[in-house]
Write a protein that binds this ligand. Structure first.
Ligand SMILES: Nc1nc2c(c(CN[C@H]3C=C[C@H](O)[C@@H]3O)cn2[C@@H]2O[C@H](COP(=O)(O)O)[C@@H](O)[C@H]2O)c(=O)[nH]1
Length: 417
């Protein structure tokens, strides 16, 4: 509580001086922009869904220079930014990981390896878990939000003799082209790595916490659940039909998969509903645990997904959520660092000692849960303090924007260290 007033004052100063808003998402040098470089709405939706499926711990014990790094357009990126750079580079190279048609293919692991190939000796952290998340999501999307009649009708209307429509390759598009219109390259097939985390979703995600020079860490996101792989059923209109179709054997154009769009549409512009749907249907989004005999739900990535949509679409179209202010901050391992720097979080002596010793906190440890829970409460206290001091901020300052700003600030602090 003691740090709240000064932290709130500092954050609000940053908020106003940067004119922080949903639009600030677009300031990130790697985020795609609607309308730029052929990005259409559905390509944006697929990109954001993919990125938030993969948006968990990039923790590394190595010094910054030796960590996994992705090079794209002449610059190198690590962590979350490395993941975005890899996805974008993949699109340019014709390796479209945002096309969920490939998520249940045998070559997924090889494709993911290519998309996220790094420049240092270290590979992308938790590759097996990331492949598992994609596979699992593809299955849920196919079973619950798969092709409906209206899409089949749309496809029936496609003139397959139109020479402007390519007739081979999974990446062919019958819509506006844009980032999807690349030559398809199918990576060599490899067995997906089984998820090695606990299978019980109720033990869910944990986060890693590092604080400036003091470093505590646990492993984030071990919410790996049953990964059930099966062949992807190509969308209606594909001449191959049925399961097990190789990406290269598709001979008809297929419409980009719309299942994520359908999922979003079913949420009726409610952020809370979409978060709950994600948690209910997708075990890998069910980021919850138990604390002192009570269920605790953090739902970090489910909430980030909704927030990213909201920001990327500036609160309109697929990003329209009438209750966006109902979300909490996203309890990860970066924002708590910033909250500590702002004196909003304090550590008990034993925790502090553990952090100084760089000793991992086991997944599910009460410290991890407390750090995540206290981060949510800290941001809420900060929000309330800001509204009390600046009533004009009501409605403009909420947990999503405070979180985004805190994350950006944490990255700025990190860059200076
Ligand atoms: N709470 C919170 N956690 C966030 C983000 C983001 C990226 N969001 C972008 C969208 C708008 C913002 O302005 C950002 O540009 C990633 N993470 C988490 O951090 C960790 C990776 O960190 P590092 O190893 O340093 O790259 C990992 O757990 C990842 O899930 C956020 O916004 N909030």
């Amino acid at each position: 509580m003691s740090g709240t007033q000064s932290a709130a004052a500092e954050l609000y100063t940053q908020f106003t001086s940067r004119s922080y808003s949903a639009q600030s998402w677009n300031d990130h040098p790697l985020h795609p922009h609607l309308g730029d470089e052929g990005w259409d709405e559905e390509a944006m939706v697929r990109f954001i869904f993919t990125m938030d499926l993969l948006n968990f711990s990039f923790w590394s014990e190595l010094p910054a220079k030796e960590r996994w790094q992705v090079e794209w357009r002449g610059e190198r990126w690590t962590g979350y930014a490395g993941m975005i750079a890899g996805l974008r580079r993949g699109l340019e190279e014709g390796r479209d990981l945002t096309d969920l048609g490939g998520w249940e293919e045998e070559g997924l692991e090889a494709l993911v390896g290519e998309v996220f190939r790094g420049e240092t000796g270290e590979g992308m952290p938790m590759m097996g878990k990331r492949c598992g998340a994609l596979e699992e999501a593809a299955k849920v999307l196919r079973e619950r939000f798969g092709v409906r009649d209206e899409d089949a009708d749309d496809l029936a209307e496609v003139d397959y003799d139109d020479p402007s429509i390519a007739t081979a390759g999974v990446d062919d598009t019958v819509t506006t082209g844009g980032p999807r219109s690349h030559e398809t390259e199918v990576a060599a097939s490899a067995e997906p790595e089984p998820a090695d985390g606990p299978k019980n979703v109720s033990t869910a995600a944990s986060d890693v916490l590092e604080v400036a020079s003091e470093t505590a860490y646990t492993a984030e996101h071990r919410d790996e659940s049953e990964i059930v792989g099966s062949a992807f059923v190509p969308a209606a209109g594909s001449s191959t039909g049925g399961s097990g179709a190789s990406m290269t054997t598709l001979t008809r154009p297929r419409r980009p998969d719309r299942s994520v769009v359908r999922l979003i549409e079913q949420a009726d512009h409610s952020a809370g509903k979409l978060v709950n749907m994600l948690a209910e249907y997708f075990p890998c989004f069910r980021d919850e645990t138990r604390f002192e005999d009570r269920r605790v739900r953090f739902l970090k990535r489910a909430q980030i997904f909704v927030a990213d949509l909201w920001a990327a679409f500036d609160g309109k179209g697929y990003g329209r959520f009438d209750d966006i202010e109902q979300l909490t901050m996203f309890a990860d391992y970066r924002v708590p660092q910033m909250l500590y720097n702002l004196s909003m979080l304090q550590y008990s002596p034993p925790l502090s000692a553990r952090i100084r010793r760089h000793e991992e906190i086991p997944h599910g440890h009460s410290w991890e849960i407390e750090l995540r829970g206290c981060s949510i409460w800290a941001v809420e206290l900060m929000r309330r303090q800001i509204i009390t001091s600046h009533p004009e901020a009501a409605g403009k300052v909420h947990a999503v924007l405070l979180d985004f700003l805190l994350y950006d600030l944490a990255k700025e602090v990190e860059a200076k260290v």
